[in-house]
Unconditional design. Structure first.
Length: 256
């Protein structure tokens, strides 16, 4: 497949997935459109801190630490220094994201949240999303990994919308946290998109990637809706699946 065809397929996939990214934005924007209680804020903030830290045996933070420890013993003997540095930087980003949202939780509760406490706040739709990604990766390997990375952050929609809030100490902290994550999530999605574009996949594999992106993106919107207390009805979820949603102009910048 030549470069122009791969680029066209990448742009087509970006446009296709944008409906669900806009759906995540709508969920977030709807939540912030009116005054919310402390408990309503704690629900989504704890869930977000959970997603960043993943306090479970195979969670991303503990997994990266373990991989770095093993990789260090093979540095320059099978492990490239650039790859090693990239993994360190990714670990720093993920932990910093956790710190940003955990700090807002602490502000609201007046106490330090612990990983053990956070482990209670994985909502059902997040479990389904994690299980879906895991099953796709087991079945389709690297193609599923790039498709999953392509969906990472849902177009950074939560963070973009969260950056727009403010006006009091809590909302200013939320905006600061979201601003601290936004650019990183855009970059993560870019890496997934580049992996698809440069992966020398066949037309059939691109079609499979599209199917996986659709499944993951649909579930991401439902995860986000669960995170914010099911703020949109399932009927609206179905409309988003059908593409009945206005796409923000900023998504045009994601085309190459």
């Amino acid at each position: 497949m030549d470069e122009s065809r791969a680029r066209a397929l990448r742009n087509d996939l970006t446009t296709f997935a944008s409906r669900w990214w806009a759906g995540e934005a709508e969920v977030t924007r709807t939540f912030f459109s009116q005054k919310r209680s402390k408990d309503e804020h704690l629900r989504w903030l704890r869930m977000q801190a959970f997603k960043e830290l993943q306090p479970r045996p195979n969670g991303i933070i503990i997994r990266l630490i373990s991989e770095l420890r093993d990789d260090y013993n093979r540095l320059e003997h099978g492990v490239d220094r650039h790859d090693f540095l990239h993994k360190i930087q990714f670990l720093e980003e993920e932990f910093r994201h956790y710190q940003l949202f955990a700090d807002v939780v602490d502000y609201l509760t007046g106490e330090k949240i612990t990983p053990e406490e956070l482990a209670q706040y994985e909502v059902p739709e997040e479990v389904r999303l994690r299980e879906l990604r895991s099953s796709l990766m087991k079945e389709h390997g690297d193609l599923a990994r790039f498709a999953s990375s392509f969906c990472e952050g849902g177009g950074a929609s939560l963070y973009y919308e969260g950056m727009q809030v403010g006006g009091d100490a809590l909302h200013d902290m939320i905006a600061t946290a979201c601003r601290g994550v936004y650019e990183d999530e855009i970059e993560h999605a870019e890496q997934g998109a580049s992996g698809l574009e440069q992966g020398h996949w066949t037309e059939e594999q691109w079609a499979l990637a599209r199917t996986m992106v659709e499944a993951i993106s649909k579930q991401r919107v439902r995860m986000r809706n669960d995170q914010f207390g099911h703020i949109l009805p399932e009927e609206r979820m179905a409309e988003i699946d059908e593409g009945k949603i206005e796409l923000p102009e900023r998504y045009q910048a994601l085309l190459v």
